[in-house]
Design a protein around this ligand. Structure first.
Ligand code: CP
Ligand code: NVA
Length: 298
C-alpha cells in the first residue's frame, strides 16, 4: 500500500511505471483490469473541482470500485473534528481516500492516521496528479520522451502547479523555466531541495524562447481570492498569447491545467488554437489517475 501525496516522494522509476500504465488504461478503457473491485473509496474535498472530482469518480467506478463524494463542510471535519480522528474512523471503513484541501500537512496527517492509500488531489503546496497527466499528454502527443525537453511555466510561479513541475523536472530530467514576477516566484528553499535543471526569471520572452511546452495556470488560485485585485494587477502581462507562442520551438505544445480565465493567463485565440491539446490534457486526468490508483495498491 502506498500514498500519492507529492512528487517529491515518488521515484523516477515509479513515475515512468505510472505513465506506462496510464497508456494501458487509455488504450484498454473498455477491457482493462478492475483492481478496485469490492472496494469503496471517498473523495474528501474542501475546495471546488470539476476535472479532478469527475475523473476520480469515473475512474474508480471503471476500476470496479464504489466511490462517495464528501464535501469537507458536510462532515464533522468542517465543524472542527480533528483530521486524525476523522482519518481513524474513515480508515476502518474505506479502502482509499482522495483529498483536496489547503495545507499539505493535513493530507499527510490523514494518510498517517487512516492507514489507507491516500491521494493528494491538490493542496496549496502541490497538484501531483495534474502534472503527471501533463507529462503523459506531452509524451502522447509528441510521441517522444519529455527528457531533455524545455518546459516553460508562465504566471503565478509560487502556487501548487509549478511546485509539482519543479519536482517532475528533477525526477524526469527536463529543463524547467519559470517566468513570474518577483513576488510570485517559487521559494528558494523548494528549488534547493528539489534540484534539477530549473531556472526562474521575470523575463517571460527569454523563458519562452525555444520551449517545447508553454504552460500556464490561473493567476488567482483557490484560497487566494482576497488577493484577487492585487494579483490581476501584478501578474498582468504574464500571459500565453500568439507573440509568446511565436518564440517557442516549432511544434511547441500549449497546455493549461484549467479552469482558464481568458484574457488573463491566456488569451482567447491561443486557448482556442490549442484546445485539442488542452482538452486532451483534461481527458487524460482520467487515464493517468487510474494508473495512480492502481499504483497505490502495490
Ligand atoms: N485542473 C484541475 O484540477 O481542475 P479542477 O479544479 O476542476 O479539478
Ligand atoms: N493553482 C490552481 C490550480 C487549479 C486546478 C489552484 O490551486 O486553484
Amino acid at each position: 500500500m502506498k500514498h500519492f501525496l507529492s512528487l517529491e516522494s515518488v521515484t523516477t522509476a515509479d513515475i515512468k511505471a505510472i505513465l506506462c500504465r496510464a497508456s494501458y488504461f487509455k488504450r484498454e478503457r473498455k477491457h482493462h483490469l478492475r483492481p478496485l473491485s469490492g472496494q469503496t473509496w471517498a473523495l474528501i474535498f474542501s475546495k471546488s473541482s470539476t476535472r479532478t472530482r469527475v475523473s476520480f469518480e469515473v475512474g474508480i467506478r471503471e476500476l470496479g470500485g464504489d466511490v462517495m463524494f464528501l464535501n469537507a463542510n458536510d462532515i464533522q471535519l468542517g465543524r472542527g473534528e480533528p483530521i486524525k480522528d476523522t482519518a481513524r474512523v474513515l480508515g476502518r471503513m474505506l479502502h482509499g481516500a482522495i483529498i483536496r484541501t489547503f495545507a499539505q500537512h493535513d493530507v499527510e496527517e490523514f494518510a498517517n492516521y487512516s492507514r489507507i492509500p491516500t491521494v493528494n488531489a491538490l493542496t496549496d503546496a502541490e497538484h501531483p496528479c495534474q502534472i503527471l497527466t501533463d507529462i503523459f499528454t506531452f509524451e502522447e502527443l509528441r510521441q517522444e520522451s519529455i527528457r531533455g525537453k524545455i518546459v516553460t511555466f508562465v504566471g503565478d510561479g509560487a502556487c501548487n502547479v509549478p511546485a509539482s513541475w519543479i519536482w517532475a523536472a528533477a525526477r524526469l530530467d527536463f529543463e524547467l523555466r519559470i517566468a513570474a514576477p518577483l513576488a510570485y516566484q517559487p521559494p528558494t528553499e523548494l528549488l534547493r531541495r528539489a534540484g534539477g535543471r530549473v531556472s526562474i526569471t521575470s523575463d517571460l520572452y527569454a523563458a519562452a524562447r525555444g520551449a517545447d511546452l508553454l504552460y500556464t495556470d490561473v493567476w488567482v488560485s483557490m484560497g487566494k481570492e482576497a488577493e484577487s485585485a492585487q494579483r490581476l494587477k501584478n501578474l498582468a502581462g504574464f500571459q500565453i498569447n500568439a507573440s509568446l507562442v511565436g518564440l517557442a520551438a516549432p511544434g511547441a505544445l500549449v497546455m493549461h491545467c484549467l479552469p482558464a480565465y481568458r484574457g488573463k493567463e491566456i488569451d482567447d485565440a491561443t486557448m482556442e488554437a490549442h484546445a485539442e491539446t488542452i482538452f486532451a490534457e483534461a481527458e487524460n486526468r482520467l487515464h493517468t489517475q487510474k494508473a495512480i490508483l492502481e499504483w497505490t495498491l502495490s
